[in-house]
Design a protein around this ligand. Structure first.
Ligand code: SF4
Ligand code: SF4
Ligand code: SF4
Length: 497
């Protein structure tokens, strides 16, 4: 049977490029090693491979479409989306891939609008300027290297996602320091592909959060629809929690109502104040995770324990973890554990410390780590409360050099990529600030209210409220931009936001 007239030249070229794609070839070549490791079974392996094949095909289709024009813009992307029945977010995700592989150059263009009342300037999204390199993809041979480059350049946030998805289980993350077993690594680059510190299309993340077909303009807190100040009414939680206990109450409700099978978070290990990831299986486990921890904890590293069966998983974590999860959702490659995530419960985070740095802070405050009862960051100070009733403080600026270096390049205070974000900044002592970001987050919050599990007020009704939250979030973004710019001038690798 002749294929002439049934298969177009462009399609054949696309299939050839896709089969030549490094990411596809490595997975095909390493089938045996992957199946022998037993992280993924044969069906899951094929699901991942074929999804990757499909996405690579779409990526090259977009590349050739853009290549037909001198310059591209948003209108051109919309035309491509319509032609291929894709939503704009999917097309943008392909564009970001092409950009990260140096096949196109993308610039976001903004108008600057002066806000006279606040004496500030706001950037309003205008259009995209896309330039195609017009190089044959086979000449570029984009290689996705293992995340060793992220570890070595001190950009790794320690979220643990790479450990939780590596198909041959060859990444270790101890005390925030990553190591790859080179003998076992098959160079598939899956870790690189999903890591939030390689490239992170923040505009796309915000667009997906807002569930809009427009590219949003930059904002201080990311997209949110509602803002509250709240505290738990669950006695066991309020007796143990640090602020309002809302993240624990979310998990308490989800387990109680059988809306999840598992939850991932951080509990204390046998070493005082050294957290470790915990896979919660029942409501009672939630009480093991209460209290704020300032030492890095790679919760997502446990995700590969849940590949075996379809389940419903909630994850409580800091902003860099929420970015990993939302990036994984956008670039869905049918990784089973990632598809199990049904709730992303984000907590606010200014910075985190290694365990050694935490011990140094204890030294500076002349307190034994065994005597620490509670820690807190508030009003520019780090607080330690001791079992013997003392309150010890040190200004943050005196310990900020002890924070993890990767936190310097973190732009996100409020877990902008979560379904619901929870923290203390903006609310009075004993209360949490809550930002509702997605429909799922809204439903969850409304269920807590309906079941009389929380007290809630509008964030507008409390002091210091939204102005302080926006101020702290903006200062984190500014600090991040300064560090990224400085590293760039020193030719040091930074995440591509
Ligand atoms: S940021 Fe997360 S995914 Fe990236 S290297 Fe570090 S632990 Fe792995
Ligand atoms: S370390 Fe990264 S590149 Fe190597 S096998 Fe694991 S996921 Fe693939
Ligand atoms: S500051 Fe950012 S990178 Fe550091 S732990 Fe917090 S969320 Fe992660």
């Amino acid at each position: 049977m002749s294929l002439e007239g049934k298969v177009s030249w462009d399609l054949l070229k696309n299939i050839a490029n896709t089969l030549d794609s490094y990411r596809v070839r490595v997975l095909i070549d390493a089938k045996e090693e992957i199946l022998n490791t037993n992280i993924y079974n044969e069906e899951q392996y094929y699901n991942i491979l074929f999804k990757m094949f499909e996405d690579e095909m779409s990526k090259y289709s977009l590349y050739y479409y853009l290549n037909q024009n001198e310059t591209g813009n948003l209108k051109l992307l919309k035309e491509f989306s319509k032609l291929h029945s894709l939503n704009l977010a999917k097309t943008l995700s392909l564009l970001e891939l092409l950009s990260s592989e140096n096949l196109v150059k993308v610039e976001y263009l903004y108008d600057t609008v002066k806000d006279e009342a606040n004496e500030t300037e706001n950037k309003i999204f205008k259009d995209l300027a896309i330039q195609s390199t017009k190089i044959a993809p086979s000449e570029i041979k984009s290689i996705y290297e293992p995340v060793k480059v992220i570890f070595d350049s001190k950009n790794c946030s320690g979220c643990g996602l790479c450990v939780g998805l590596c198909p041959v289980n060859c990444i270790e993350l101890n005390n925030g320091i990553g190591r790859i077993d080179d003998d076992k690594c098959i160079r598939c680059g899956l870790c690189y592909y999903f890591c939030p510190r390689t490239y992170l299309p923040v505009n796309l993340l915000n667009m997906v959060q807002e569930n809009t077909s427009e590219i949003p303009s930059p904002s201080k807190l990311g997209f949110y629809s509602e803002a509250y100040s709240a505290r738990t009414k669950v006695k066991e939680i309020s007796e143990q929690c640090q602020d309002g206990g809302i993240s624990s109450t979310c998990l308490y409700y989800l387990f109680e109502q059988s809306k999840i099978d598992y939850a991932l978070g951080a509990s204390m290990s046998n070493n005082p104040w050294r957290p470790e990831p915990i896979l919660m299986k029942k409501r009672e486990d939630v009480l093991l995770t209460t209290g704020t921890k300032y030492v890095n904890n790679p919760s997502l590293s446990l995700m590969n324990q849940l590949n075996g069966n379809t389940c419903r998983l909630a994850i409580v974590g800091v902003p860099c973890m929420m970015q990993s999860l939302l990036k994984s959702k956008i670039y869905d490659l049918h990784i089973p554990s990632q598809n199990n995530v049904v709730y992303r419960i984000g907590i606010f985070c200014m910075e985190s410390f290694s365990y050694e740095s935490f011990l140094k802070i204890c030294d500076l405050l002349n307190v034994n780590v065994d005597d620490v009862k509670k820690t807190d960051i508030n009003k520019g100070k780090f607080f330690i409360y001791t079992n013997s009733g003392k309150e010890l403080t040190i200004p943050i600026k005196e310990i900020t050099h002890l924070a993890r270096e990767d936190c310097e390049v973190c732009y996100d205070l409020t877990s902008e990529s979560a379904d619901i974000s929870i923290g203390s900044v903006g609310s009075p002592s004993g209360w949490n600030t809550v930002l509702i970001r997605t429909e799922k987050g809204k439903e969850l919050y409304e269920a807590l209210l309906k079941n009389d599990l929380i007290e809630s007020k509008s964030l507008k009704a409390v002091k210091p409220g939204l102005p302080l939250l926006e101020k702290v979030a903006a200062s984190k973004k500014k600090k991040c931009s300064t560090h990224v710019a400085k590293k760039k001038t020193e030719h040091i690798r930074t995440p591509s936001y």
